[in-house]
Write a protein that binds this ligand. Structure first.
Ligand code: FES
Length: 567
C-alpha cells in the first residue's frame, strides 16, 4: 500500500525535491523511500497548559518507539488548552483546536498520528480532529498527577478546592488555612487526579478503543507511562501499515462501551458533549437518549472523587480501568481497539487489588450510575444530571425558582442577606449555554447562598444551561437545551415559578401553563454579539449541547485527501 506521505516525497521532480530537501535536517534519504510511515506526534505540551507541560518527555518516548518500528516521528505542536488559565472558558476554543489540528494533519505529509493530551479539552479536540481527518491514530494520555496531602489528609484537585472554599464561606475554615493548602494540591506533573473531565476523557479514549488497553490512568510521574508511550509509538507504525483508521475503531458499539464506562467510573458530565461531538465527526449515530439507555443500570464501581473518596493513582494501584471494566464485561460490545483486539480481550488477566477503590459489581457504590437525561417544558431537547454526584433526597423535588440572568448576577446577589431564598428553592442560572456565554462555561454548580451555607445547607437543586466541572458535585441539572440565548424556555422562567425535578421520571418542568410560559417575553441575554474573530464565528455556528456543541460546519469528516499541490 502506497503511503500517503509518498504524495509529497516520491518522484524526481522539482516539488518532491523541495519536500525532501527541506525535511533533510538530520533525516537520511531513506526516510523518504516510501516504506517508512511518517507519524505526526500531535503534541499539546505548553507551559500555559500546566497539566500537559510534561508531554515533550512523553513525546520523546513515543518518538523512540516510532523509530524502533521503522517509522519517522515528527513533532507537531498543536493548539493547547489549559483549563485553569484560558479565558473565558477553554470550551470556547475546543472546536478551534479540533479544526486547526484536523487541518494541519491533512495539510502535512503524514501517514498516522499519536495524539498527546491530558487537560480537559485536549483529548476531546484531538479525537474530534482525528475523526474528521481519519488518519490512523492512537491516543497517549499524559496521565493524572499524584495525590497531594494537606494536614495529613489527601487533597483531590478541583473537588477539594470547591469543598475548602465553601468551608471558608461557611466560616468553618480560616482563609489562612485555605491558602496554606494551595502549595499542597498539585504534587506532581499530570492532569487533575479526581475523576474529573481529564481523567474521564482518558478513560473514554480507552473505552472507545483509541488507546492501548490499560493506558488510561497511568500516573504522569509513573515510569510505566514512558514505557507505554514507547509501545504506543511502535503500535502506530503498524496501524498505518494495516490501514486501521479511527472510523473503523470508534464504531457505535465503541461509543456504547464508552457510555457504560462513563457510568461505571462515575465520570464527568462533560463527556456527554465531547462524545456527541466526536460521534458527529464520524457520522456515528449517537444521541442523548443513548446515554440514558446504555448507562441505565450500570453500577458505580470507582470510589473516586467527586462521587467517592479516592483519587486516580489509587485507581491505578487498585488494578486500573481494566480491572474495573472486567466487572461489567458482559455489558461491553466486542469492538476492535487500535491493537485490532477487542477491549474484552484485555480483561481476563486484570484483577482488583483494593476493593475499597474498585468495588465489586455485587457491592457497588451506587446500583445505577448512568447519567440521566431529562426532558420537560423547561428542557424540550434535553438536560442532563449526574445522580452519582447528587443528593438522593433531592432527586425528586419541587421548589420555588430563584433566577439569575448571568454569572455576574449570581455574584452580585447570591450572598445578599436580602435574597429571598431557602433550602427548598431551586437556583436557576441562564445565559450560560454555548451561545449565551460563548463556550458554555463550567458554572452550572453555582455556589450556595452564604446564609444557607451558614445554616449547614450543603446542597440544593440547581438548573442551568451551563456545564459543570467534572470535579464538582451536587444536585445540578446541566446543559438545558435549547439554552436561553437560543430561545429556550429557560429564558421565560421567573423568580417564584415552581420548578419540578423528577429524575426517576426523567422530567424537568416549570409548573405553569404552557400558554402562560410561551406568552412571556424572554429575558435578554447580556452578551453582545462580537464584531469579528473566532467568537463571532462560534456564536453564529455553534450547535446546542444536546448535539455536542460543535460548529455546524465541522460535523462530519473530510478524510485525509488534499485536493491541490502547490506549484
Ligand atoms: Fe487540567 Fe484539571 S485543570 S485537568
Amino acid at each position: 500500500m502506497a503511503l500517503r506521505s509518498s504524495q509529497w516525497y516520491s518522484g524526481d521532480d522539482r516539488n518532491s525535491y523541495i519536500h525532501r530537501a527541506w525535511m533533510r535536517r538530520g533525516l537520511p534519504r531513506e526516510a523518504f523511500d516510501g516504506e517508512r510511515p511518517h507519524i505526526a506526534i500531535a503534541n499539546t505540551a505548553s507551559d500555559l497548559t500546566p497539566c500537559n507541560s510534561h508531554l515533550d518527555e512523553v513525546a520523546r518516548s513515543v518518538s523512540d518507539g516510532i523509530w524502533a518500528a521503522g517509522g519517522i516521528p515528527l513533532n507537531l505542536p498543536v493548539l493547547s488548552l489549559g483549563e485553569t488559565n484560558v479565558r473565558p472558558t477553554a470550551m470556547l476554543w475546543r472546536n478551534l483546536a479540533a479544526m486547526s489540528t484536523e487541518e494541519m494533519l491533512r495539510a502535512n505529509p503524514v501517514d498516522g498520528v499519536v495524539l498527546l493530551g491530558g487537560c480537559d479539552k485536549t483529548i476531546p479536540s484531538l479525537l474530534m480532529a482525528a475523526s474528521s481527518v481519519d488518519l490512523p491514530a492512537v491516543v497517549m494520555p499524559g496521565g493524572p498527577m499524584l495525590t497531594g496531602h494537606f494536614r495529613g489528609v489527601p487533597l483531590g484537585c478541583g473537588t477539594d478546592v470547591w469543598r475548602l472554599s465553601e468551608e471558608v464561606r461557611a466560616g468553618t475554615l480560616s482563609r489562612e488555612a485555605f491558602l496554606d493548602s494551595e502549595s499542597s494540591m498539585i504534587r506532581s506533573r499530570g492532569h487533575c487526579n479526581t475523576m474529573g473531565t481529564a481523567s474521564t476523557m482518558a478513560c473514554m479514549a480507552e473505552a472507545l478503543g483509541m488507546t492501548i488497553p490499560g493506558t488510561a490512568g497511568i500516573p504522569a510521574a509513573d515510569s510505566r507511562l514512558l514505557e507505554r508511550s514507547h509501545e504506543t509509538g511502535r503500535l502506530v507504525v503498524g496501524l498505518v501499515r494495516e490501514g486501521r483508521r479511527p472510523s473503523s475503531v470508534m464504531t457505535r458499539g465503541a461509543f456504547l462501551n464508552a457510555i457504560v464506562t462513563l457510568a461505571a467510573i462515575g465520570g464527568s458530565t462533560n463527556a456527554v458533549v465531547h462524545l456527541l461531538a466526536i460521534a458527529g465527526r464520524l457520522g456515528v449515530e449517537l444521541d442523548l437518549d443513548d446515554f440514558d439507555r446504555a448507562g441505565s443500570g450500570v453500577p458505580l464501581l470507582a470510589d473516586l472523587q467527586p462521587a467517592g473518596r479516592h483519587l486516580m493513582d489509587d485507581l491505578y494501584r487498585a488494578g486500573g480501568l481494566r480491572a474495573l471494566l472486567k466487572e461489567v464485561a458482559d455489558l461491553l460490545h466486542d469492538e476492535p481497539t487500535v491493537t485490532g483486539r477487542p477491549l474484552s480481550g484485555y480483561l481476563d488477566d486484570a484483577e482488583i487489588w483494593d476493593e475499597t477503590v474498585i468495588r465489586r459489581r455485587a457491592d457497588p457504590l451506587l446500583p445505577d450510575a448512568g447519567i440521566a437525561v431529562l426532558r420537560g417544558n423547561l428542557a424540550p431537547t434535553g438536560a442532563v444530571i449526574k445522580p452519582a454526584a447528587a443528593s438522593p433526597e433531592l432527586l425528586r423535588h419541587r421548589g420555588r425558582a430563584v433566577v439569575f440572568d448571568s454569572v455576574e448576577d449570581v455574584y452580585a446577589r447570591l450572598d445578599s442577606p436580602d435574597l429571598d431564598v431557602d433550602e427548598t428553592s431551586v437556583l436557576v442560572l441562564r445565559g450560560c449555554g454555548p451561545k449565551g456565554y460563548p463556550g458554555m462555561p463550567e458554572v452550572g454548580n453555582l455556589p450556595l447562598p452564604a446564609k444557607l451555607l451558614a445554616k449547614g445547607v450543603r446542597d440544593m437543586v440547581r438548573v442551568s444551561d451551563a456545564r459543570m466541572s467534572g470535579t464538582a458535585y451536587g444536585t445540578v441539572v446541566l446543559h438545558t437545551s435549547p439554552e436561553a440565548a437560543a430561545g429556550g424556555p429557560l429564558a421565560r422562567v421567573r423568580t417564584g415559578d415552581p420548578i419540578v425535578l423528577d429524575v426517576a421520571a426523567r422530567r424537568l418542568d416549570v409548573d405553569i401553563p404552557d400558554a402562560e410560559l410561551n406568552a412571556r417575553e424572554p429575558a435578554a441575554n447580556g452578551h453582545a454579539r462580537p464584531a469579528r474573530g473566532w467568537e463571532r464565528l462560534y456564536i453564529d455556528h455553534v450547535n446546542q449541547a444536546d448535539q455536542g456543541a460543535d460548529l455546524d460546519f465541522l460535523t462530519g469528516s473530510s478524510g485525509d485527501a488534499v485536493g491541490r499541490e502547490s506549484h
